[in-house]
Design a protein around this ligand. Structure first.
Ligand code: SF4
Length: 292
């Protein structure tokens, strides 16, 4: 008797169906408070609008992959770090919810705009940790777009919590070095060298962490607060009026290709586009120093 093997699409369908049930149970309603993940630049305000207003949409295999990688990696790393509370809910000006992956401080810690009553021990540092899991072939640097989008999320959490220290922990799901060669209308072409050594220095890091300091008195906090207010107010008024007309499409339009709301949104008919100007690009605003 041979061993019988066949592709099992039913199991994939089961995963997709159950993921859909899980998504639906977590789905935000139009009247729910805005979350930090809704308003990040690089994310799309229209997408955040449709995710709350469109009743049913198809999840892709990529959605399953992103969900499994993100959730499992965060779960394991939060447990390993073991330095605080995971997914603690913080409020910004009663309009925005933030849930950092991990933060030190007791449950009685409140937001910067409230009277802060912290139960932390005297020697316990105020730290917020944000975990990211990426399939990027390259090890991200502070000047790369994706790194900046991760950094911005952590900075928002620092602004909202009033903390001054953050840790950005990036896990790379892709551990094979790929060197980009060219791009044509079929896509990108890469070369995979026999060794994983990068820049002649050492093999590729599987996980990297960065300390981020945003001082409590820094004026950059005001700029970030203003940025948050503008984006929250745009999305909130669209949801209140049930109209996306005033919402811009995403700055990087290639993101529309895999968007589940592409048909509803019809991005080619949308004139307003999100700004690509980023205050984090300002010279001297982000300074990288050598680690000890
Ligand atoms: S199609 Fe593009 S602009 Fe429209 S919601 Fe999706 S990502 Fe945003």
């Amino acid at each position: 008797m041979p061993i019988i093997i066949s592709k099992d699409y039913r199991f994939l369908q089961l995963l997709r169906t159950n993921l859909k049930v899980l998504y639906s149970s977590r789905k935000r309603k139009p009247q729910d408070k805005i979350h930090v993940s809704d308003i990040l630049s690089g994310a799309c305000l229209r997408k955040a609008f449709y995710a709350r207003t469109v009743k049913d949409y198809e999840l892709t295999v990529e959605d399953i992959d992103n969900f499994v990688r993100g959730e499992s990696s965060e779960y394991v790393l939060v447990g390993l770090a073991d330095i605080g509370i995971s997914q603690m809910e913080l409020l910004f000006e009663d309009n925005l919810i933030a849930r950092p992956d991990l933060m030190t401080g007791g449950p009685s810690h409140r937001t910067e705009s409230q009277d802060t009553v912290s139960t932390k021990k005297d020697n316990e540092a105020e730290i917020i940790v944000e975990f990211k899991d990426t399939k990027s072939f390259e090890r991200l640097k502070p000047d790369s777009k994706r790194f900046k989008s991760y950094l911005r999320q952590l900075l928002y959490y620092l602004v909202i919590s009033g903390y001054d220290t953050g840790i950005l922990c990036i896990r790379y799901a892709n551990n094979r070095r790929m060197v980009w060669i060219k791009r044509d209308n079929q896509g990108d072409y890469y070369f995979s060298p026999k060794t994983n050594v990068q820049d002649g220095k050492g093999s590729l890091a599987e996980i990297e962490s960065w300390t981020v300091i945003l001082e409590k008195g820094s004026p950059i906090r005001d700029n970030l607060k203003e940025e948050i207010r503008t984006r929250v107010s745009l999305l909130k008024s669209a949801l209140d009026t049930n109209s996306e007309v005033q919402l811009p499409k995403v700055a990087e339009e290639w993101k529309c290709i895999k968007c589940p709301f592409k048909q509803t949104c019809n991005p080619s008919s949308v004139i307003k586009q999100d700004s690509e100007i980023d205050i984090l690009d300002e010279k001297g605003l982000v300074v990288t120093i050598e680690s000890n």
